[in-house]
Design a binder for this molecule. Structure first.
Ligand SMILES: C[S@@+](CC[C@H](N)C(=O)[O-])C[C@H]1O[C@@H](n2cnc3c(N)ncnc32)[C@H](O)[C@@H]1O
Length: 405
């Protein structure tokens, strides 16, 4: 029996991923062409200008729009929760935080190619979500070689029958993937589809010698840093590059009930003191939107939360003025105003326990000294006693400790 409504878009998606070079190997092209994404995404939540809509394959009025959406190269939110701080959208509707999604197919394709699997390798996936990626892995490696874990038992319970429809019964576990899958190890590969700010030691320990971990090492400023880390021998150490792949994931959450990272709650901004100073560095010269700079600042300024250019209240002028603003999770904040004083210097206001602007300036200089590197010029080392990001060569070498937040 053919399915005229979903077979053509499924074939078109697989072909488009191959044509664009996201898929390169015959095996992965076949896996994508044989895995109907709509089976794993019976309902998706789309954000509109004033709220949210759910598209369902079971509702005739939205079926075509749903099919177009699930076979587009887009990430699809399948589960969300209200924002804990009670934030609202401009329309008044409560803001929601996505807690599970089906990853954008082109990113999934690039990651699976980068994972560098061989036939019959045993793989652990962190973040089962819809089960779509478990199906791709099961097609490529055999379901007996696939273990997948999600913190939300509802999600693994929903994923299991979808996988069965395709004839797959990989091992699905409900629990905190930060602990890996003890009792199901060792693995040749671990692929995380939820982001971490350091590499969980359990993953390193549960990897075979020669094994690899592909994970999104994420901070708040620069998320798109996928690392491919190899364990060379029996020693519990992995080392490898940040890949030039882009793409970032929702956080690996320590607590199912809390859709936020702990620091996303309102920090205590009253701690510490305020100070005013001036600087000769024009704040507008800080490349707030440059991915490489944001990545480097995230390494230099532990737990940095935000860096942006926008209006800030300037008490001496009693008005809002254009500024570059940086903040950290402990509530520290710096505002550097972009228009010069008569002295040709720029005013800086800093509050909280840390003097953030000083680090922003030092990072601006370092960024130039290092020739404005993109994230994929950095590497990562993680073992049972230390974890760090590094840059350079034997003669000129820098390192920054993890975690990033
Ligand atoms: C981007 S989704 C995964 C997409 C999935 N691989 C797919 O193909 O649909 C991220 C998933 O990570 C899960 N997750 C978050 N924290 C976790 C944790 N501590 N352990 C395991 N899974 C976690 C979420 O519940 C969510 O389903």
């Amino acid at each position: 029996m053919t399915h005229p409504d979903w077979e053509p878009p499924l074939a078109a998606l697989a072909a488009a991923l191959a044509d664009a070079g996201h898929l390169r190997s015959k095996q992965w092209i076949e896996a994508f062409a044989a895995t109907p994404r709509h089976l794993f995404t019976p309902e998706v939540i789309v954000r509109t200008s004033d709220g949210y809509r759910t598209l369902s394959g079971d509702v005739p009025a939205t079926r075509q729009e749903w099919l177009n959406t699930v076979y587009a190269d887009e990430s699809l939110v399948v589960q969300d929760k209200p924002h804990a701080a009670g934030h609202r959208m401009p329309s008044g509707e409560p803001l929601r935080v996505p807690t599970s999604s089906s990853t954008m197919p082109s990113l999934m394709a690039r990651m699976l190619e980068a994972l560098d699997v061989g036939d019959d390798m045993r793989v652990l996936e962190i973040g089962t979500g819809t089960g779509y990626n478990s199906a791709l892995l099961s097609h490529r490696l055999g379901d007996h070689n696939v273990v997948s874990i999600d913190i939300d038992p509802d999600l693994t319970a929903q994923a299991a029958p979808r996988l069965v429809q395709l004839g797959y019964t990989p091992t699905l576990l409900a629990g905190d993937g930060a602990a890996g899958a003890p009792g199901h190890d060792p693995f040749d590969r671990i692929i995380a589809t939820a982001a971490v700010s350091e590499i969980p030691l359990a993953w390193i320990r549960q990897l075979k010698p020669g094994g690899k971990i592909l994970a999104n090492l994420r901070g708040e400023l620069a998320g798109g840093t996928l690392c491919l880390l190899s364990k060379e021998d029996e020693e519990d150490e992995v080392i490898g590059p940040v890949l030039p792949l882009g793409g970032h994931f929702m956080w690996l959450r320590p607590d199912l009930a809390d859709p936020h990272r702990p620091h996303e709650h309102t920090p205590d901004a009253r701690r510490g003191t305020s100070s005013r100073s001036t600087t000769s560095l024009p704040p507008a010269d800080v490349p707030v939107d440059d991915g490489g700079f944001r990545f480097l600042l995230q390494l230099q300024l532990h737990a940095v939360q935000a860096l942006w250019r926008g209006p800030a209240f300037d008490p001496p002028g009693r008005a809002e003025r254009d500024a570059v603003i940086v903040s950290t999770a402990d509530g520290s904040r710096a505002e550097a105003f972009t228009s010069p004083e008569p002295s040709k210097r720029y005013r800086v206001a800093q509050t909280g326990s840390r003097r953030l602007w000083d680090t922003v300036e030092a990072t601006r200089r370092l960024f130039d000294d290092l020739n404005q590197p993109t994230p994929d010029k950095f590497g990562v080392v993680a073992n049972d006693s230390t974890q760090f990001v590094w840059f350079g060569n034997d003669d000129d070498w820098h390192r920054w400790p993890l975690p990033l937040i």
